[in-house]
Ligand binder design. Structure first.
Ligand SMILES: Nc1ncnc2c1ncn2[C@@H]1O[C@H](COP(=O)(O)OP(=O)(O)OP(=O)(O)O)[C@@H](O)[C@H]1O
Ligand SMILES: [Mg+2]
Length: 316
């Protein structure tokens, strides 16, 4: 017999309640290394869903994440999980938290499966559930075939996926991943996005990346970090509003392309054949005879805010 309607309604309400209650509040968080302000008075509140953390090299993303992971003590400020300071939660926080470090240190002599079993034990995953969870993650991250291989022998992308698996083993309420897609091929990237979208329903997931399209598809909110500060925060739509009317597309001849690339802030180019190249560029006003404005994307904003960046694209 199907469950009564009242039972379903109660179930939905419970999920809503759980989502509503969960938050990670970052309050005036700073980290100084001598006179370097790696993270400078950062305040924002993460709620359930996927959050992208975007910023150029050295912006302070890893330092911020390490404080959220309670691996580095802040110089000042604090992080609160549902109102309780994480530094005071100790083990309780670690059991509901998952972390993929940027420089994921793994035990090279372990096989993939032994390593995950070891990590499951460290994270207090119930013994009865360990084997099932490992199998499921191996499958979702296409690692089943290499489960018996030593980690040292795996490719970089595979090791990264082992790192993702260990971060998710304890089904954390808060999952923080520092550049999880670095080194993944396009197929694995898509699988990763699907995995995270499904996983994030009643959890907080924070992902840093240089590949803007990774978060454009799955993040409900993005925080943009520059020189230790969060300079902007919001949905992709909210964020790109500031460059509305500043993103253009137009055609140039192949011969003129180099000259235009020197002069304009080109986001992308597309060879149209017949000696023509379509370029997408950022500017306050049109710079080519037949330019038209196009709807801005997160990638455009990123280049607008970080002009020195050469965009890393999917599949590179
Ligand atoms: N242990 C440390 N000692 C001294 N300076 C540090 C330390 N860790 C980070 N920094 C400095 O703090 C700043 C922020 O570094 P961080 O690694 O957080 O940036 P990031 O945004 O993660 O960069 P990337 O995109 O390259 O990973 C940098 O200027 C860095 O040199
Ligand atoms: Mg980093």
């Amino acid at each position: 017999m199907p469950p009564a309607r009242s039972t379903i309604v109660r179930g939905i309400e419970q999920v809503r309640e759980r989502r509503k209650g969960m938050e990670l509040r970052i309050q005036q968080l700073s980290k100084h290394f001598k006179d370097k302000k790696a993270v400078d008075e950062v305040s924002f509140t993460l709620t359930a869903g996927v959050w992208g953390l975007l910023g150029a090299n050295g912006a302070g993303k890893t330092t911020l994440m390490r404080m959220i992971a309670d691996l580095t003590a802040p110089t000042s400020g604090a992080v609160f999980y549902d109102g309780i300071e994480i530094r005071k939660m100790g083990e309780t926080y670690r059991n509901l938290f998952g972390y993929l470090p940027q420089d994921f240190g793994y035990s090279r002599d372990f096989t993939v499966k032994d390593y995950l079993e070891y990590m499951a034990a460290l994270k207090d995953v119930p013994i009865k559930e360990t084997a099932g969870r490992i199998e499921r993650l191996l499958e979702l991250l296409t690692l089943s075939e290499v489960r018996g291989e030593k980690i040292a022998k795996l490719s970089g992308g595979m090791r990264r996926r082992v790192g993702i698996a260990q971060a998710m083993l304890n089904e954390p309420k808060v999952l923080v991943m520092d550049e999880p897609t670095a080194g993944l091929d396009p197929g694995e990237r898509v699988r990763f996005r699907n995995l995270i979208s499904e996983f994030s329903h009643d959890r907080i997931v924070l992902i840093s990346t240089h590949i803007v399209s990774d978060v454009e598809y799955i993040a409900s909110r993005n925080a943009i970090m520059k020189a230790g500060r969060i300079v902007d925060i919001g949905t992709t739509q909210e964020l790109v509003r500031q460059i509305e009317g500043k993103v253009w597309e137009g055609a140039v001849s192949v011969e003129d392309l180099t000259e235009y690339e020197k002069r304009l802030r080109v986001v992308s180019r597309r060879d149209e054949g017949h000696g023509l190249v379509f370029i997408r560029y950022l500017s306050e006003k049109p710079e080519l005879p037949k330019s038209a404005t196009v709807p801005p994307r997160l990638e455009d904003l990123y280049l607008w805010l970080f002009p020195q960046t050469v965009l890393e694209k999917e599949g590179n």
